[in-house]
Design a protein around this ligand. Sequence first.
Ligand SMILES: *[C@@H]1O[C@H](CO)[C@@H](O)[C@H](O)[C@H]1NC(C)=O
Ligand SMILES: *[C@@H]1O[C@H](CO)[C@@H](O)[C@H](O)[C@H]1NC(C)=O
Ligand SMILES: *[C@@H]1O[C@H](CO)[C@@H](O)[C@H](O)[C@H]1NC(C)=O
Ligand SMILES: *[C@@H]1O[C@H](CO)[C@@H](O)[C@H](O)[C@H]1NC(C)=O
Ligand SMILES: *[C@@H]1O[C@H](CO)[C@@H](O)[C@H](O)[C@H]1NC(C)=O
Ligand SMILES: *[C@@H]1O[C@H](CO)[C@@H](O)[C@H](O)[C@H]1NC(C)=O
Ligand SMILES: *[C@@H]1O[C@H](CO)[C@@H](O)[C@H](O)[C@H]1NC(C)=O
Ligand SMILES: *[C@@H]1O[C@H](CO)[C@@H](O)[C@H](O)[C@H]1NC(C)=O
Ligand SMILES: *[C@@H]1O[C@H](CO)[C@@H](O)[C@H](O)[C@H]1NC(C)=O
Ligand SMILES: *[C@@H]1O[C@H](CO)[C@@H](O)[C@H](O)[C@H]1NC(C)=O
Ligand SMILES: *[C@@H]1O[C@H](CO)[C@@H](O)[C@H](O)[C@H]1NC(C)=O
Ligand SMILES: *[C@@H]1O[C@H](CO)[C@@H](O)[C@H](O)[C@H]1NC(C)=O
Length: 694
Amino acid sequence: MGRVLATTLLSCTLLLFFVPSFSHPLCIDSTAPFTLNSTLKFCSYNGSSCCNSAEDLQLQKQFQAMNISDPNCASVVKSILCARCDPFSAELFTVVSTPRPVPVLCNSTVSVNSSQSSQAATNFCSSVWDKCQNVSFVNSPFAPSLKGQAGLPANSNASKLTQYWQSETDFCNAFGGASSDGSVCYDGQPVMLNNTGTPSPPHGLCLEKIGNGSYLNMAAHPDKSNRAFFANQQGKIWLATIPKQRAGSTLELDESNPFLDLTDEVYFDTQFGMMGMAFHPNFAQNGRLFASFNCDKVKWPGCTGRCSCNSDVDCDPSKLEPDAGAQPCQYQTVIAEYTVNGTSSQLSLATNAKPTEVRRIFTMGLPFTSQHGGQILFGPADGYLYFMMGDGGGTGDPYNFAQNKKSVLGKIMRLDINSIPSAEEIDKLGRWGNYSIPPDNPYKEDRELLPEIWAYGLRNPWRCSFDSERPSYFMCGDVGQDKYEEVDLITKNGNYGWRVYEGPYSYTPPESPGGNTTPSSISPIFPVMGYSHSDVNKEEGSASITAGYFYRSTTDPCMYGRYLYTDLYAAALWSGTESPQDSGNFTSSEIPFSCAADSPLPCSLLKGSSLPALGYAFSFGEDNNKDIFILTNSGVYRVVSPSRCNYTCSKENATTVASPGPSPSNSRASQLSDPYSNLVLLFASLLLLLLGFV
Ligand SMILES: *[C@@H]1O[C@H](CO)[C@@H](O)[C@H](O)[C@H]1NC(C)=O
Ligand SMILES: *[C@@H]1O[C@H](CO)[C@@H](O)[C@H](O)[C@H]1NC(C)=O
Ligand SMILES: *[C@@H]1O[C@H](CO)[C@@H](O)[C@H](O)[C@H]1NC(C)=O
Ligand SMILES: *[C@@H]1O[C@H](CO)[C@@H](O)[C@H](O)[C@H]1NC(C)=O
Ligand SMILES: *[C@@H]1O[C@H](CO)[C@@H](O)[C@H](O)[C@H]1NC(C)=O
Ligand SMILES: *[C@@H]1O[C@H](CO)[C@@H](O)[C@H](O)[C@H]1NC(C)=O
Ligand SMILES: *[C@@H]1O[C@H](CO)[C@@H](O)[C@H](O)[C@H]1NC(C)=O
Ligand SMILES: *[C@@H]1O[C@H](CO)[C@@H](O)[C@H](O)[C@H]1NC(C)=O
Ligand SMILES: *[C@@H]1O[C@H](CO)[C@@H](O)[C@H](O)[C@H]1NC(C)=O
Ligand SMILES: *[C@@H]1O[C@H](CO)[C@@H](O)[C@H](O)[C@H]1NC(C)=O
Ligand SMILES: *[C@@H]1O[C@H](CO)[C@@H](O)[C@H](O)[C@H]1NC(C)=O
Ligand SMILES: *[C@@H]1O[C@H](CO)[C@@H](O)[C@H](O)[C@H]1NC(C)=O
């Protein structure tokens, strides 16, 4: 009786929490799989895998200790253990965030024609049951546990599946899972994604101009309203209301009334200024906001921090030669915390923030005057603050900071700003400010890494974003040196190669007082997308990526799920398509773009000129509707329906029916579109009638 109860509880837990994670190839510990230089002896994986030879040996020992006498069962259990080496092991073994002892076994109730073997795929779970139900083995991974799926108590006595599970249904309720919903399951073979073929790129991207201001950052209001924050490089943040699509109106933003004005603190120059802002995920409840900016310690002693060129990284600040006249580490990078000015019950109504700094999160002196990123972002899945930092400048990262595990330059940091240690502790630990270290940062596995570091080997991460539908897709553009602009898929402890590599090409710096890293000592992760400087501009050096977002709005259904990015100088936009879905394999193509004839603000593209058509594209933004914005020096542009530019998108009119019709408005554009949508509705009803749905 007790056993039956336990079984029922376990099944419920697994069923309740089973949601597909839709991730690219990723290992159980959240790191990227690596390329094996030889086939694993026991698990026989070759190519991309999550196991090295030591882990392979470990699995072999675990398997031998099970002492499975029946060869059919032994072979299937071996394949299940070895699924840990599959490049998709994170998705196979993880239900929400808890790793399971065994992968999700493809279940009999789901009929799937897997690309490899449709037979195995349709009944792998029941085949495990058939082969193993009466076989005894030690330390069974199939033993249930009331304490959740991880850390099962090892049962050193040999046991049969039938001692834990009453029937195949019982067993497959607990361990089975689907693959038809797009998530992967284990069918006895290495995971193969369904190759659906590469859908052709969209015919074009239609834009409207809704603001004239020049902004560097945009962040949707965390209260999910139709408002967003815009910040300029000089140091002002405004709260703006985003107009509805097709309303014909512009961004409502009062230039004279900023939400927060930090221009007195911010040091502004071409490569300096307010580089980032982030609003706490619970901003609507706690009013916490963060600004990332540069400051000059000579003008403001309050911005003095430790120099990033220091003895820990074999760098002597007195030997630095920053721009003429500047002191070593005169310019700093800072993350400062502020709070809204409002009563706690009505924080969403607040229209400004208090200009007094609540707390300094981070302060560090910069070695040179360029490439210091500065974007900050909260991870949607973990709530930690990601801080993007460039290599600090100088041609070819002369001090090799990006590869130096003791430097935070050329890194993506991941900080916990919710638990702040005491001042003494921060001092003792040699931290750069008031934050703590998330317990699963990669220094736990690689003791050489500074605890702040999440990923490294970057030159100047220029604009990162998380896919709003698949948080494991953390994408960053990384600005190149001479040849190549790249988009990287950032994973825990990933080394993105700079300056051993620039994109996929090996790189030799003109001078290297800080020494070199040999190519054979690292396992770089190469970009998933990018372009050569020669593709966009014949003039050497005049390219700089501005990376963007996975497009997740329904406004342009032909862009849905594609990754959009551009270049600061080039009159070009690229759309990246992943194929197969969730494979991490992208192809990108340049897509045409133009302005809607009914754009609320006049929007003239400089077509055919060598100048950027929209002005210099600094950044992208995403609002709470998931609409995408391009922030340029000539204004704010929004991606709109392709039909407004006469681009054909066969999916567009279908979506118009499904979504609530255009909002009422007296603009000319919507008057024109209204009779049309009625026609669409009529047509759709007819279609439904014909198909027998009504
Ligand atoms: C495979 O890589 C390991 C280290 O990652 C190295 O020790 C070994 O020599 C390599 N084997 C071959 C055949 O290259
Ligand atoms: C990996 O294994 C497969 C099947 O055993 C084989 O066809 C393929 O050539 C191997 N690839 C490499 C790189 O060894
Ligand atoms: C393995 O199983 C055999 C019987 O199948 C048994 O004789 C032997 O003692 C077992 N070994 C261990 C280490 O449990
Ligand atoms: C699935 O595979 C079976 C046998 O190979 C085939 O007859 C059937 O048409 C396939 N179904 C689909 C939906 O592809
Ligand atoms: C397992 O044992 C049960 C009960 O002894 C028996 O009915 C069943 O046929 C056996 N199954 C297999 C696959 O041997
Ligand atoms: C293993 O079997 C022995 C003897 O039957 C029993 O005393 C012990 O509690 C069992 N251990 C576990 C973990 O079930
Ligand atoms: C697996 O299949 C069994 C029937 O064989 C079904 O009862 C169970 O709900 C399925 N489990 C999952 C997770 O799909
Ligand atoms: C595989 O692709 C076919 C058509 O290409 C589709 O019908 C099927 O649903 C896909 N299966 C999965 C598991 O995505
Ligand atoms: C990656 O995508 C390209 C273009 O769609 C395709 O030709 C190639 O086979 C894909 N590679 C893998 C490993 O799926
Ligand atoms: C805070 O808001 C109140 C009421 O709106 C206003 O009077 C006050 O000046 C604001 N304080 C700051 C520092 O902006
Ligand atoms: C789209 O086509 C219509 C009719 O041919 C034309 O009036 C309109 O200007 C075109 N719009 C754009 C953006 O080219
Ligand atoms: C969709 O609607 C637009 C007008 O809004 C029209 O120009 C376009 O041709 C339609 N596309 C299709 C595929 O019907």
